[in-house]
Design a protein around this ligand. Structure first.
Ligand code: ADP
Length: 490
């Protein structure tokens, strides 16, 4: 099959969070299965250009209609660790993708609406007629609308669209002028509750809803989250739409790419190890301490890697830091936020804990350091308010690091409590708490830390159980292949 991904992120070149890893890993798997896969991305100024090979212009005169004007664009091609990627660069005074960050601007809906129109215009001009267009999150929600209501009339009759919801906390709710911007010139038609009208704000367009309504199939990133967003407040208003379109909706658990996340071959860690050589993990623990100037003592290292966002439980992360430091642990954090207030809170905390030889907070984004933290830690916390899938707990387990997580979304589908799970002992792989408050996380940490100190042999079994799980793209890759074939043949 011929598949085109239209996406705002692809690891490691343009990455904010898990969406980037998912696009990269899924494309890799689909290629292994014999498909032809191409990826279309914005050409951000702040990409990791050192991860893009052979970047060159392939199309110099793409003209994209936007409002009453035509925007001149160049299209580049390059390989991101073997994946074929096209990058669209608009030349306009608005500098849509020259902003120093991927997201966080007031005109984000406009920036990505432009990206949707430009992607389709590029495909039309380049004569690309894939079997499947796979879009991701609100940023690309207008693609199926434009394809089926506009570009079909220009001859793009072949492609079917699969749309993946990575996080319903961000839906792209914006004014109706966005419709005119991309050439959908019937606002009354589109602002109908069965189409793009936001369910909370009758004068607003909901770009994620657009993707759900117009795509041939909709997935989200774990079975538990699929249930939660159909039946609870975690849908943030899209539950009714998902209910109506329930026949074409399902949850597919994300995978992780074991060519990237694998302690046996990881080039970013000084000691490589697997289940049979798990003792070598302690070399990485020492290296992590050395790198972050932590003291070498007999204590477990508890860590957090991720966006610093209310969704991720920033209050509980803060609480966990103090709990761990006062209960015989070291703590390492690697994270950043698009919210300056949250960033400042953690920078102040870092300042406060500066002289503590058991703690290091790294406020920023550092892909290479993250590998060493996964390898060098004993436990990793994921205390999310909600978590569509979550990759950090799966990566942690591959590195023999025991996850301590809240019972929500994909965390429920991947982490099984050492004490309370109904699964057999050899399938238990971490610690799970229910209540989203400090008592919840502290009780789970207490059990985990107690096990590490008092029953090291049992703790090691948990580590090995986690390492044995297969969270690769093998199964989800087959699921997506089935979905693509189903909508192609329908
Ligand atoms: P989300 O998609 O909600 O951000 P996930 O758990 O699905 O969360 O994916 C997070 C991904 O981003 C993981 O690969 C994680 O290692 C990475 N990551 C998050 N924050 C950072 C950071 N500050 N530095 C390096 N990697 C990070």
């Amino acid at each position: 099959m011929y598949i085109v991904m239209i996406t705002p992120e692809c690891a490691p070149a343009a990455k904010v969070g898990g969406l980037a890893d998912v696009v990269y890993g899924l494309c890799h798997e689909l290629e292994i299965r014999g498909n032809t896969v191409e990826i279309i991305l914005p050409k951000y100024d702040c990409m990791r250009y050192d991860h893009i090979y052979g970047l060159h212009i392939v199309y110099n005169d793409l003209w994209v209609p936007f409002y009453e004007h035509w925007v001149h664009c160049s299209v580049f091609f390059g390989f991101v660790h073997g994946r074929s990627c096209f990058f669209i660069e608009p030349h306009s005074e608005k500098n849509f993708f020259h902003r120093g960050i991927l997201y966080g601007h007031g005109d984000d809906p406009e920036r990505f609406a432009f990206f949707c129109r430009a992607s389709l215009e590029f495909m039309l001009k380049a004569n690309k007629h894939p079997d499947i267009i796979h879009c991701h999150d609100w940023q690309t929600g207008l693609v199926p609308v434009l394809l089926f209501d506009m570009y079909r009339n220009y001859g793009m009759t072949h492609p079917r669209v699969c749309y993946t919801l990575h996080n319903l906390g961000h839906q792209g709710v914006t004014g109706e002028s966005i419709l005119r911007a991309v050439g959908l010139n019937r606002p009354d038609y589109y602002l109908h509750p069965d189409r793009l009208r936001d369910d909370f704000n009758p004068s607003a367009v909901n770009l994620m809803k657009a993707g759900i309504v117009y795509s041939n199939f909709v997935t989200t990133v774990s079975p538990s989250y699929a249930g939660e967003i159909q039946h609870s407040h975690l849908s943030y208003g899209l539950g009714h739409t998902l209910f109506i379109h329930g026949q074409k909706f399902g949850g597919v658990l994300n995978g992780i790419d074991y060519d990237v996340w694998n302690p046996e071959i990881d080039p970013h860690i000084p000691y490589r190890y697997g289940i049979d050589t798990i003792g070598d993990k302690y070399g990485d623990k020492e290296a992590l301490r050395h790198r972050l100037l932590l003291q070498q003592v007999y204590k477990p290292i508890v860590s957090y890697i991720g966006r610093l966002d209310h969704q991720k439980g920033v209050g509980l992360i803060r609480d966990a830091i103090f709990y761990c430091l006062s209960h015989g642990c070291q703590f390492v954090l690697l994270g950043s936020s698009t919210n300056q207030g949250i960033n400042n809170d953690f920078l102040n905390l870092k300042h406060h804990l500066n002289n503590d030889p058991d703690c290091h907070l790294e406020i920023g984004f550092d892909e290479e350091l993250s590998h060493l933290i996964y390898a060098g830690s004993d436990m990793m916390i994921v205390p999310s308010l909600f978590e569509p899938c979550g990759l950090t707990q799966m990566i942690a387990m591959k590195y023999g690091t025991v996850p301590v997580v809240r019972a929500t979304g994909g965390l429920l589908d991947t982490v099984f409590d050492a004490n309370y799970s109904h699964r057999p002992y050899h399938e238990r792989n971490g610690y799970v708490f229910n209540d989203f408050n400090y008592k919840g996380i502290e009780s789970a940490l207490q059990r985990a830390i107690g096990m590490w100190y008092s029953y090291p042999q049992h703790f090691r079994e948990l580590m090995v159980n986690g390492m044995r799980y297969d969270f690769s793209w093998n199964h989800p890759g087959q699921h997506y292949q089935n979905i693509y074939e189903y909508i192609r043949d329908k």
